[in-house]
Design a protein around this ligand. Sequence first.
Ligand SMILES: *[C@@H]1O[C@H](CO)[C@@H](O)[C@H](O)[C@H]1NC(C)=O
Ligand SMILES: *[C@@H]1O[C@H](CO)[C@@H](O)[C@H](O)[C@H]1NC(C)=O
Ligand SMILES: *[C@@H]1O[C@H](CO)[C@@H](O)[C@H](O)[C@H]1NC(C)=O
Length: 462
Amino acid sequence: MRKPVGNSWIVAGVLLALVLGTAQSARGAPPRYTPDWLSLDSRPLPAWFDEAKFGVFVHWGVFSVPAWGSEWFWWHWQGEGQLGYQLFMRDNYPPSFTYGDFGPQFTARFFHPDEWAKLFQAAGAQYVVFTTKHHEGFTNWPSPVSWNWNSKDVGPHRDLVGELGAALRKRNIRYGLYHSLLEWFHPLYLLDKKNGFKTQHFVSTKTMPELYDLVNSYKPDLIWSDGEWECPDTYWNSTHFLAWLYNDSPIKDEVVVNDRWGKNCSCHHGGYYNCQDKFVPESLPNHKWEMCTSLDKWSWGYRRDMKLADVLSESEIIAELVQTVSLGGNYLLNIGPTKDGLIIPIFQERLLAVGKWLQVSGEAIYASKPWRVQLEKNETSVWYTSKDSAVYAIFLQWPEGEVLYLKSPKATSTTRVTMLGLEGDLKWSKDAYEDLRISLPQLPPSALPVEFAWTVKLEGVK
Ligand SMILES: *[C@@H]1O[C@H](CO)[C@@H](O)[C@H](O)[C@H]1NC(C)=O
Ligand SMILES: *[C@@H]1O[C@H](CO)[C@@H](O)[C@H](O)[C@H]1NC(C)=O
Ligand SMILES: *[C@@H]1O[C@H](CO)[C@@H](O)[C@H](O)[C@H]1NC(C)=O
């Protein structure tokens, strides 16, 4: 309860408010966004996101218990009735076993959020996106509207979203929350679907209360929306939520969102664009985008049946990261922890390889901007980035004869060429076609600080 105040204080307070209010509007009050795409799309993207470039995506939920096929297990088994899934259940579980029975086995027994955060930091990730709720509807936080289907009541008996957030923030890693709008089997979602999505029972009692709860409770830096595709944004009430998020929420200045807010929104509306999963544009887009992909080529959630050949190799990962950043995107690389909360060693190794590469080449990645040319192909693929007046040429194969030819940068009298991770300048000259001919150091591969992609820094070029 508030303390009662005397009249004079109220008058003084009103006067003060008037004075402050005038001062505020004289300086130009921040714009109010209206709940339509024209207005919402005009919001500038908070700068931290473009500078971050590299994030880790984490898919964790009840699907991590069967850990077979993919995180779409429930749908493949009982939504589509795929034979392989039926046989898997018949051979491994008692006849009456339901998907809900997996819930108590999602123990998170060995989940140490500080160890995860330490790993993600060593990987060089500037942000982490965590599944708060996938299409199965299980919430990884104590949602008050997900009765008996949340991580506090069932399974871990912990607030996974809150614990991971605290560990990440200790290390200044930005925190993104993945949230699926739809839930495959929620009775109210099925009812709305039956009504041709002309009713919004599910949205008003489940989706929206949970989104507001996530924002107010965890103050995420990013909301990674998904599961939008069956309904228009008007069904989801997305523009109303986003107008509140941008105008009045506790995170209105820093929060970033993606583009999955209703059928036909993806690649057209929202904050930055994901477009399709694993989307790569052919040329430099005029809108900030992010490529999300998974270390396991066939699943986002952990699969016990994953094979070594299913895992992206270190060179594939580095090449994708470089290509994505050169084309103006962010790279969001996914891992699926086990039901106990462990990140298996092969995923750790891959993430650490990225971190090791970024230790040397991060200067060409973090806070970089696309250059006027993105890709040059000759003997080796060269991807360009830039920062201030420096241009970075990242090449993916070591050229034979230790000579790198670059066509696009034009040398001047002040040109200087160095290689990230090595001391000293590199010798260069112009060939008959005015191309830069750069002599790479003659070193045994073991003396080079990184494998798979090397960065030449060009200063004083046009
Ligand atoms: C949609 O948002 C508006 C504005 O916040 C609200 O008045 C309305 O009740 C919401 N509708 C649903 C179905 O949540
Ligand atoms: C929405 O997307 C579908 C499928 O991609 C397409 O057929 C339809 O024309 C689109 N509608 C609008 C209004 O853009
Ligand atoms: C390609 O590399 C060769 C040397 O291998 C060089 O002579 C040539 O100028 C390069 N071509 C282009 C287009 O850069």
